[in-house]
Every structure is written in structure tokens, then in C-alpha cells.
Ligand binder design. Structure first.
Ligand SMILES: Cc1cc2nc3c(=O)[nH]c(=O)nc-3n(C[C@H](O)[C@H](O)[C@H](O)COP(=O)(O)OP(=O)(O)OC[C@H]3O[C@@H](n4cnc5c(N)ncnc54)[C@H](O)[C@@H]3O)c2cc1C
Length: 362
């Protein structure tokens, strides 16, 4: 059983796991609305986020489509009594008496919570049931999808009998540190919100207000960079002791073909993606007889795998590891240091079927 049942997870309670961390955070209300006049007020095309730094009404506004549906976050607002209040909040954020049709309102608070257990045996947690991030940086859903991708192939492997049950223990060992890292990152982003940046000096006209706006624009570019440039955090994490660490700020993704890391992506000259060529379960990458030998050893053990000679499929030899074993979740189970396979591939396969055990508790 997988409890993917969100922050109030009954499965989490049932298995005796607890959220740890800080439940607090500032109140916010999300408002989804329609307006035909709002787009015309924006200088060019609508951006994904428009940060409103008016101390009388601060928050964020952005488009949900290009057809007049919008979202707004009123930061610091506890709740909304009725539709009239929602309409006046939107108009205050936008700074104009535009047409507003309210579709939904939704109060929420940012939380920094991580379950002390991701489950064991026959019951596991995934997604917000296991962790809650502040949304600043937009990583809650990513992290949940990463959990599902990690857990699903392991459940299939154990239930179909081609991996030992201890493979499932590696789910928590691999995913919980990633959630912790993501929560820490989002918590840093939460330190500078529109309420922190807003100031009456920004609202006037004339050279002083212009200078204040320029100064805060520079502060935003500096302080909010990590929130919007986080590929290192999202794609760059690895599992296990041999994975290569990324830049601490998380903004730069350095693809590295190391065991535990995501397989570095590559394309052929015609634009075909390496990820599209991988098998649905394990993939042996390599052109040599050793690659065929590793594939055969997996097949002999009943482990579903495909053999991909990527170079023969048009990928440049420098873009793909010479010999590697790729897991179903596109992480590298094993990478040959010199392109060859040891005489006995059994320890490599056994290790791949146990996952990367990294936490002391295991
Ligand atoms: C303002 C805001 C902005 C966000 N922006 C981003 C973003 O840009 N990028 C990002 O990656 N994430 C973002 N997130 C986070 C993201 O929304 C969540 O992390 C994600 O929705 C969690 O997905 P989930 O499936 O784990 O849980 P949920 O979406 O909570 O789904 C759980 C489901 O389980 C159901 N359920 C609960 N109990 C039971 C039960 N007993 N029986 C049956 N069903 C049950 C619920 O009805 C629900 O449908 C944001 C969150 C907020 C609040």
C-alpha cells in the first residue's frame, strides 16, 4: 500500500509515522479568478509571476492560461470572508478597478515537515504524505513525483520476484535526504517574500521612488535567483556514496555519469533523446561484448533489461558512458570506470537490486 494521500495522510497516522519540523509559516490565501482587462494592464506578455510590492496589498499574481484565467496569492491574509472581499483583494493587488470573476479561494500556510519514517514492509508514504515544502521554488510536486518514480519500480521488482524485499528499504534511504535538502532550500527562498520586499517608498512617483524601485529590483535579482534557477537541486541529486555532489546553491546542473546520479541526457544529431531509447526496466548501455555479457547475466537472473548500443543508435561516444547499468528510474546503478566488466558481474547485479543504502539507520 502506498499512502499518497496528502498532508493529512491517514496512512501516515496508521503506520505510526509522524511529521517532524516546523508547522508554522505565514498565512496566505490563493484566489483563482477570471479577468479580461488584466492582461492589457501588463507591459508586454504576462510573466509567470508578477510580484506585488505594495505594502497595502502584497503578493503574487500570474496567468493560468492565455484566455483570462489568473491566480493570485495574497500573502499575510488569514482568510477571506466572502466574494466581495476576494474581489477587492484582487483589485488591490492589481492596483486597478478591473473586472474580476472569482472562481475559487483557498487559504494555506507554508510548512517545513518531513515524516520520521517513509514506511516499511507492506506500507509506504509518497508525496506530501511524507513531506511538505514551502511552495517557494515550486518543488513539492516534483519531490512527490520523484518518490513515486523511485518507489514504483522497487515495488514491481519485489512483487514480481526479481529483487529481494530489502530493495524497498532503500526507498527511504534514497528519498528522505532529497526531501530534507529540498525543504531546506525552499525555506531559504521563503526568507524573502513580497511582504518583506514591499515598502511605501516604492509606491510613489519621481526620482526617489524610481531609485527605490531600481534598488529593490537589484535585490530581487540577487535574492530570488535560487528560487527560479534550481536545476542542480531538481536534476542534480544522486543516491548513495558514489554520487557526485552538485553546487550547493543548486542553480547549476552538472550532469555526471557517476553511480547514483541521473544518467546524463544526450541527443543524436537528428534530435532523438537518449531517455526515449531506454528500456522500461533496467538498461545496459554499451557497445562491447562486456555489455552483452552484463545483459545476459541480468537475463539469467530473471531481471528484465534491454541492451542499448547507444553509439550504434547515433549517439556520440563522448555523450554516453562506455559501459553502465541504468535503473528503471534513469539513475545509474553502476558505471564502469574503464569500460570493462569484471569476470563475475554478480556483485554488480546484487547491489543494483538492493538500491543505494546510505542512511546509518539501515
Ligand atoms: C500555493 C502552492 C503552490 C505550489 N506550487 C508548486 C509548484 O510550483 N511546483 C511543485 O512542484 N509543487 C507546488 N506545490 C506543492 C504541490 O501542490 C504538492 O506538493 C502536491 O500537490 C502534493 O501532491 P500529493 O499527490 O502528494 O498530495 P495531494 O495533492 O494533497 O493529493 C492527495 C490526494 O489524496 C486524497 N485523499 C486523502 N485522504 C484520502 C483517503 N483517506 N482516501 C482516498 N483519498 C484520499 C486527497 O483527496 C487528494 O486528492 C504548491 C503548493 C501550494 C500550496
Amino acid at each position: 500500500m502506498v499512502g499518497a494521500d496528502g498532508s493529512r495522510s491517514v496512512v501516515r497516522v496508521a503506520i505510526g509515522a509522524r511529521y517532524e519540523g516546523a508547522p508554522g509559516g505565514r498565512p496566505n490565501v490563493n484566489i483563482t479568478f477570471r479577468s479580461q482587462q488584466l492582461a492589457a494592464l501588463l507591459p508586454e506578455r504576462a510573466a509567470i509571476h508578477h510580484w506585488v510590492l505594495n505594502p497595502a496589498a502584497s503578493g503574487v499574481v500570474g496567468p493560468l492560461d492565455l484566455d483570462g484565467t489568473w491566480w493570485a496569492i495574497a500573502t499575510g491574509t488569514e482568510s477571506i470572508a466572502d466574494e466581495a472581499e476576494a474581489i477587492s483583494l484582487v483589485r488591490a493587488l492589481v492596483g486597478a478597478e478591473i473586472d474580476v470573476e472569482i472562481l475559487a479561494t483557498d487559504p494555506w500556510r507554508a510548512r517545513l515537515l518531513l515524516a520520521d519514517s517513509y514506511g516499511s514492509g507492506r506500507a509506504y508514504l509518497a508525496g506530501d504524505a511524507a513531506h511538505q515544502n514551502p511552495p517557494w521554488g515550486g518543488h513539492g510536486y516534483n519531490t512527490g513525483v520523484g518518490d513515486a518514480v523511485n518507489l514504483a519500480w522497487k515495488l514491481a521488482a519485489v512483487l514480481n520476484g526479481w529483487a529481494p524485499p530489502e530493495l524497498l528499504q532503500s526507498y527511504e534511504a534514497e528519498r528522505r535526504p532529497i526531501a530534507q535538502q529540498t525543504i531546506d532550500f525552499a525555506a531559504t527562498n521563503m526568507k524573502m517574500l513580497s511582504v518583506d520586499l514591499s515598502h511605501s517608498s516604492l509606491m510613489g512617483t519621481g526620482p526617489d521612488a524610481d531609485a527605490a524601485r531600481l534598488a529593490v529590483a537589484a535585490a530581487i535579482q540577487l535574492g530570488k535567483r535560487a528560487e527560479f534557477h534550481s536545476l542542480g537541486l531538481v536534476l542534480g541529486y544522486g543516491y548513495g556514496p558514489d554520487s557526485a555532489a552538485q553546487a550547493p546553491a543548486g542553480d547549476i546542473y552538472l550532469p555526471q555519469a557517476k553511480a547514483g546520479n541521473r544518467l546524463p541526457h544526450a541527443r543524436t544529431a537528428e534530435g532523438r533523446s537518449l531517455f526515449d531509447e531506454l528500456g522500461p526496466e533496467f538498461t545496459v548501455l554499451g557497445s562491447t561484448d562486456d555489455a552483452r555479457r552484463l545483459y545476459q547475466a541480468l537475463a539469467d537472473r530473471g531481471v528484465p533489461a534491454v541492451h542499448l548500443d547507444a553509439v550504434a543508435h547515433g549517439f556520440a561516444p563522448d555523450d554516453v558512458p562506455a559501459l553502465a547499468l541504468v535503473r528503471p528510474d534513469q539513475h545509474l546503478a553502476w558505471v564502469s570506470s574503464d569500460g570493462s566488466l569484471p569476470d563475475d558481474p554478480e556483485p554488480i547485479i546484487s547491489a543494483a537490486l538492493r538500491g543505494f543504502m546510505t542512511t546509518a539507520s539501515l
